[in-house]
Design a protein around this ligand. Structure first.
Ligand SMILES: [Zn+2]
Ligand SMILES: [Zn+2]
Length: 192
């Protein structure tokens, strides 16, 4: 059972088989959620986010999905898990274990500024900065869009901050040098 208070942007929600429009089980990296408004849909929740596999890992292809499902069938990932904001990246760590000294998270980057408080994993952190020079940083935020310091405009599927985080995560995925090009052409894999 998930409560509306738990369904906040950035959380991962697990949707079991047969309770949403998609029959198979899946998970969502939430960008927005709201109780369904129609009286026939009492107890249902509308959700939008990045589509993940049933185990919460990210598929190679990045897709946004909107769905409606009964709140009492949903399960939300532990509130202390923090995921890499880069689209399709499965990296995560437990912030509580970090704070209590039971784990460390070397190489993780926490964003500051207009999209502050998001996390980027050690693999993707060099895409943003090499420690001296900043290559990509969220520079300006307007409802539904984020401008990167490289000049790219990242247009979100909604006006919430969560939707902007998802859109910026897709941009970081696109500019990550190790990304395999899916369009016709050479596969460009550069170590970072
Ligand atoms: Zn990552
Ligand atoms: Zn950029």
């Amino acid at each position: 059972m998930a409560t509306m208070r738990e369904l906040t942007p950035g959380r991962v929600v697990f949707v079991p088989a047969g309770c949403a429009l998609l029959r198979r089980p899946f998970a969502l990296y939430l960008s927005a959620a709201a109780p369904a408004e129609s009286p026939d849909l009492a107890g249902m929740v509308w959700m939008q986010g990045q589509l993940l596999r049933a185990d919460g890992s990210a598929p190679r292809r990045y897709r946004i999905r909107t769905t409606i499902a009964p709140a009492d069938r949903l399960r939300v990932e532990g509130a202390t898990m923090r995921r890499c904001m880069v689209a399709t990246c499965p990296a995560a760590f437990d912030v509580l274990a970090l704070m209590t000294g039971q784990a460390d998270a070397p190489g993780w980057l926490q964003t500051s500024g207009v999209l502050g408080g998001c996390y980027v994993c050690p693999t993707h952190a060099p895409t943003m900065t090499d420690g001296q020079q900043v290559f990509h940083r969220p520079a300006a935020l307007h409802p539904g869009e984020v401008t990167c310091s490289c000049g790219a405009l990242c247009v979100a599927t909604g006006s919430t901050r969560g939707a902007c985080i998802v859109a910026y995560g897709a941009h970081l995925h696109d500019v990550h040098p190790a990304r395999r090009r899916t369009t016709k052409g050479t596969i460009d894999v550069t170590p970072v």
